[in-house]
Ligand binder design. Sequence first.
Ligand code: GDP
Ligand code: MN
Length: 368
Amino acid sequence: MRLHEYQAKQLFRTYGIPVQRDAVIEHPEQIPGLSLRYPVVLKAQVLVGGRGKAGGIHLAQTPEEAVARARSILGMEIRGERVRKLLVAEAVRIERETYLAFTVDRSARRLVFLASGMGGVDIEELARTHPSEIHKLPIDPLEGFHPFQARQVARRMGFGGEQLVQFARIAHALYRLCVDLDAELVEINPLALAEGQLLAVDAKVVADDNARFRHPDLPEDEEATALERLARQHGLSYVELDGEIAIIGNGAGLVMSTLDMVAHFGGRPANFLDIGGGASSEAMRHAVDIVLRKPEVRTLFINIFGGITRCDDVARGIVAARPSVPTTIRLVGTNEEEGRRILEAAGMAAFRDPEEAARHAVALAGRS
Ligand code: GDP
Ligand code: MN
């Protein structure tokens, strides 16, 4: 999950990383009431990069100019994302733009420290055009990141004296934030030299969704839909698509192949939910409830291969949920007989063969 710049900068502040004084607004009329020094920079708060190039960042010399600019930025669309919030920050005179980041290097199975004397540019672009300008340092997970390593890189980037000390302090704070938050990426681009001080002019933080439960204070994931958030609260992974057939399965592989089978027989999945391994009947009940809340759903397809997940638990959950749409069930595995008995007692039946079941689900969707 990616945080907005203003949210990331709030984290930066708590870690002592210098940022500009700023305020977040949603209406242009709020600007005259802000106690900020002019000129200010207006920055669209959208979860995509390259806002500058896309026209989402503008300088304003006076409150009047800022109000006019805010009117044009708020509501505009940047790479498919509507601008609803604007960060208004005291502008700084930038002398130099550098780049600083920590990210997970999956192949090395550790964090890597990235820095460059050429900031402001997209790191992907920099990697293409000036690969030798990117300093890369893998971090030993047991040793951690040492201040001397930051100073070494700072020296290579041409920093000396007070700025070298500042750079090392900021790099270390960013590292601590990255580790504390279980982040996938923390990035400052540009880390700017302005009036002799280094400060984070931009801020990017990507939190690891799998570690979300360890960070209850994180803001809501604005990219997730309301139902996706509800599913997450129940510990279920749920994804929205745009067809008519709701799909529930246990295990990512089974769910993916269920989606493929449905598509193969000409159906369109509305969404899918993975109840995971060893799900309780309660989890199954929530799962049915969540996928059927999507108004476009016309039929439900539940595909369960019981291993540590028990068919009787699954059946009890389905019966308790009382699906409100025609439902196709495929059920095999642990406690299958008991599961079938529970379904039959409730007037439901289950397929054994997954393809037959998928074909049936697609036919139901076409009929209803
Ligand atoms: P991005 O385009 O989404 O990466 O947004 P940034 O926050 O990085 O801003 C893009 C560029 O706008 C920066 O690289 C700076 O060159 C410029 N910029 C942003 N804030 C300021 C500021 O306060 N003063 C000056 N002079 N330039 C700024
Ligand atoms: Mn940037």
